[in-house]
Design a protein around this ligand. Sequence first.
Ligand SMILES: Nc1nc2c(ncn2[C@@H]2O[C@H](COP(=O)(O)OP(=O)(O)OP(=O)(O)O)[C@@H](O)[C@H]2O)c(=O)[nH]1
Length: 728
Amino acid sequence: MKHRPATILIVDDQLPNRRLLEVLLAPEGYVTWSAASGREALERIALEAPDLILLDVMMPDMDGHTMARILKSKPQTSAIPIIMVTAMVDRHSRLGSLEAGAEDVLTVPVDRAELWLRVRNLLRLKAFNDFLRDHGAILEKQVRARTAELQRFRTAMDATADAIFLIDRTSLLFVEVNATACSMSGYTREELFKLGPAALGGTEPDAARRVIEDVVAGHVEHRLADVQLRRKDGRQVSIEVTRTAHRLDEHWTVVAVARDVTERKKAEHRLHHLAHYDALTSLPNRTLFYEVLRKTIGQASDGRGRVAVLIVDLDHFKKVNDTLGHAVGDELLVRFSDRLASCIQLRDAVGRLGGDEFAIVLMQEDPHDDVQARAVSVAHAIREALHAPFDLRGRSVVSTASIGISIYPEDANSADTLLQYADTAMYQAKQGGRDTSRFFTPQMNADALVRLELEMALRDALDNEEFVLHYQPKVHLGTGRVVGVEALLRWQRPGHGLVSPADFIPVLEECGLMVRAGDWVIASVCRQIRLWRASGIGDVQVAVNIAQRQFIEGDLEAEIARVLAGNDIPAHLLELELTESSLMANTAHTVAVLQGLRRRGLQISVDDFGTGYSSLAYLRRFPVDKLKIDIAFIRDITSRPDDAAITLAIIGLAHSLKLEVIAEGVETAAQLAFLQGHGCDQIQGYYFSRPLPLAALEVLLREGHALPPVTAMATAADAEAVALLAPR
Ligand SMILES: Nc1nc2c(ncn2[C@@H]2O[C@H](COP(=O)(O)OP(=O)(O)OP(=O)(O)O)[C@@H](O)[C@H]2O)c(=O)[nH]1
C-alpha cells in the first residue's frame, strides 16, 4: 500500500519564516500547510488534522504556548506532535514550551539537518502511536464483538428448552451448562460444575466413562438414548439425550443435549393404556390379551409346558341390558370382571375380548402343575363365584356363564387357533344348556367330568368324616425303639375304597381345601395323643405334615395352641413336618410362625430334605430341630455312590448344626446298616413298618416292638439276618 506523504502545519505570523520552513521541508516530500496565526491554525486543524505542527512561540494574537495547551487539552488533537520554533534559547523558555505540551523545541536560525531529523523522529513516533492507538481500538472492537457473540450464544443456549451439558472427557465433570440444565436438574451452575454425568444419571463413574469413551470413539454419536436424570430433590426425570464429541487441541469435550420427555412418556403411557386396556373394566383388551397369550405360548414352547385358554361368556346378558338398562349392564360387567380376577392366580391373565366375553390364560408353573386340571377348577370356581347374586343399584341380579376351554399344545399351537377353539367350545357349552363349561377335545371333557366329581366328593369328604389317619413309626437307631409316628392322611372314599394320597392331595391343594384338611389332621392327632396318654400306651410323639398354604392362610400358631390346650397335651408331643420348598417360600412370615411354634415347645422338622436348594447358611435362619432325608436318596443308597455321598453330607450338615437326622423310605437291611454305620439318628420305612391303621399301630406300640441295638448290627449282612420286629 502506498503511504500518503506526511502533512506538516507551519504556524508563524512572519511569512518569510513560513516560507523558509516550507523550502527546507520540501525536499523530504512532506506536504506543508501554513497558518499566519494561532486562530487560523486552529481553524485549519479543525478541518483536517496535520501529522505534525511547527509552531512559532511569539505570535501577536495567540502565542505558541497557549495554542499548544489548547491542542493538547482536546482528545482530537492531543496526539499531534508539536515542535516549538523559537528564537529564545534560554532554559526557562525551552521548559515553558515543553510544559505547554510541545514534544520538541527548535531554535532559529533553523539547522536544516536538525529540522529534518527532529521532524522525522516525531513523525515516526506519531506513526507508531497512531498504530498503537488504531490497533488497540481494533482489538477492543474485536473483544467487544466476541463478547457480544458469546452473549448471543449464551442467550440462545439459555433460551432453548433442551438442557445442554458440556462434559470434560478427562475429569468427567461438567464444564459448561445452560439455564435449562439448571432448572431440569434443580442444581445451580456452580453446583453442576462440581458434578458430572454419573451423579445426574445415578450410575457408577465407570459406566459414565464407558459412555463418554464410546461417544469419543464415535460409536454412539447422534444416537438418542432414553435415560433417567436424578434431580437434586431426588425426583427422577425421563430424558432423551444426544451426545456428540468435540476436540479442541488435545482436549475432548462431549456435548450432551437432553430433552425432558416426562410428559411425552406419560402421554405414550396413556395412549398405550387406551390401546391395550378396556376402558370399562380396566382389564387387558383383546389386543393385549392376544399378545399375552402369544408370549405365554412362546414360554411354554421353550419349556415344553402347557397352556389353557378359557373363554367366558355371560349367559343372556342381553336381557340385563334390555330390562335394567345399559348402565346396569355395564356395572354387571365390571363386577363380574372383579369376580373373574379372584378366580385365578397371580401368574394367570384375564382380559375382556369385547361385549360380555372374557378370556383367561392359565400357565403351567412347574412340571407337576396340571393345567388341564386347573382349567377345570377355575371354570368351576367361576361358576361358583356367580352363584352369589350381584347387587346392582339395589337390584339383585343372578347371572351364569358358559365357558369354553382349549389347551396348548394338544388342541393347537397358535394363539389364534386356541382362541377360536375355546370359542367353539364355549358355543358348545351354550348349546349344552349354558351355566357349564366344555373343552374343545371330547376326551378332555370326560377327564373334566372325573375331576369335577373328585372335587365334589372331596368337599363332601371333610363334612362326612371320610378321612382317616394312618401312622408310620419312627425308630431311633441308637436304642432301636419307636420314638414317634408320622400321621398320614388317607381317604376312605365311599364306593372307591382307600384313595391314594397322590391322587387326592394335589386336588385338595388346588381347590383350596388344604387348610381345612390340615386343621382336621391337627385336631385328630391331638385328640389321639390325649387318648393314648389316658390309655396304657402313654406319650407318643406324632408328626403331621404342614402344607405351605397353612402358613399363608389362617393363623396356624393360634389354631395349634387352641387344639393343644383343648386336649391338655404337652407341645413337644406334636411335631410339624414342612417340605424344604414351603420353608423357602415366604421366608419372613414362615420364620416368624415357626419361631412362635417352637417357643411353645413344638418340634419342627424339614421333610424331603435334599430335593430343594437349601444352603447351610440359609438353613441356619430357620428354627428347625430335624432334617428328614428324602426317600429319593435312600432308595439307592447302597448302590449309587452319589446318593450315598449326599446322604452322608446331609448327616454331617445336620449334626454340625446340632440337628437330628431321620431317613425315610428305609426298606432293606443294607440301607439300615449303611445309615447306622454313618450316624443317622432315626429311620422310618417299610423295613421296620408300613404306615398302619390305628388299631395295628396300637398293637405295635403296646408290644414294644423295636430294632436290635446298634452294636448288634455291624454289617449289612448281619442286618439282613436281624429279625424285623424283635420284641423288646
Ligand atoms: N351394557 C353393555 N352391554 C354391552 C357392551 N358390549 C356389548 N354389550 C351387549 O352385550 C350383549 C351380548 O349379547 P350376546 O352375548 O350375543 O348374547 P347374550 O344375551 O349374552 O346371550 P348368550 O350369550 O347367547 O347367552 C349385546 O346385547 C350387546 O349389545 C357393553 O360394553 N356394555
